[in-house]
Design a protein around this ligand. Structure first.
Ligand code: OGA
Ligand code: MN
Length: 275
């Protein structure tokens, strides 16, 4: 395979990939395995100003694995992330500005997400990424032992309440329709690596006093997402980013929501439950 030049984007997370255009993503036989390995090693892959259209993004995604279907969208393998009132999921996206992993309420969370910028905000609207593998590795040995068996309840109302602190009864009823799921705090991956599972849906450590639980979960989140541990991507139209959803948390940064920021996201189905 002809060489691919990469450049690190931050200490813990992310590489920018040069020398790869849409044609190569779709036709180079060695690209899928190379990308999956790079994703496992670096968490975030950035293809600057790639300008992959929806068809190219989907075709590339299918080379990496199975894509999740979003039946409410015209192209069900491309979810539109925007606050456009016509967007069927717009009401949920306000919560994207809290640290999270995608699909933490699903039986098996997404493996990775592929997102391209179609319209960017004039100010803000970056996306931030932080490694939850690095978060685990940075724990003290005592903490690793203390947290080894802890379990955490995740829920939709936990996350949505952060974005809508005074919900209407209708909103509460909507959130209550989502499953409540329990995950271990420490994910022991099939690869042998370990990561921490926290973020916006993490509501309560099982069996722990609520104040203590909140302090623990927020404390872990704060340490893992300290500015020097984060890669913040400032989007240019045409940028495409892939993130490893299993070993990272991410969030959207604030922007004026009356502006038409629009991202197109395809999601690689996961094949490993958090365990
Ligand atoms: C997502 C997400 C962040 C952003 O689409 O899952 O969290 O910056 N997006 O739009
Ligand atoms: Mn997300």
């Amino acid at each position: 395979m002809s060489p691919i030049t990469t450049e690190r984007l931050s200490d813990d997370v992310g590489i920018e990939i040069r020398d790869v255009d849409v044609d190569r993503l779709l036709h180079d036989d060695e690209i899928p395995a190379w990308c999956l390995d790079a994703l496992e090693a670096h968490g975030v892959l950035l293809f600057r100003e790639l300008h992959a259209d929806d068809d190219a993004q989907v075709a590339f995604g299918r080379r990496l694995g199975e894509l999740v279907k979003f039946p409410h969208y015209a192209n069900p393998e491309v979810m539109e992330i925007s606050f456009d009132p016509g967007n069927p999921s717009a009401k949920y996206f306000a919560a994207n500005d809290h640290w999270h992993l995608d699909g933490s309420l699903d039986p098996i969370p997404a493996k990775a997400s592929i997102m391209s910028a179609r319209v960017t905000a004039s100010v803000g609207g970056e996306t931030e990424f932080a490694s939850t593998y690095a978060a685990y590795d940075a724990l003290t040995e005592t903490e690793k032992q203390q947290y080894a068996e802890l379990r955490v309840v995740h829920s939709m109302s936990g996350v949505q309440r952060r974005a809508n602190p005074n919900p209407t009864p209708k909103q509460e009823a909507d959130w209550a329709r989502w499953p409540v799921r329990e995950h271990p705090l420490v994910w022991k991956h099939e690869t042998g690596r370990r990561s921490l599972v926290f973020g916006a849906t993490a509501a309560q450590v099982v069996g722990m006093d609520p104040d203590e639980s909140r302090a623990l979960l927020l404390g872990l989140e704060e340490r893992a997402t300290a500015p020097d541990r984060v890669y913040r991507h400032s989007w240019t139209v045409g940028d495409m980013v892939i993130w490893d959803n299993r070993g990272l948390v991410h969030r959207a940064c604030a922007f004026d929501r009356s502006e038409p920021r629009r991202m197109h996201r395809s999601t690689l189905a996961g094949d490993e439950a958090i365990g």
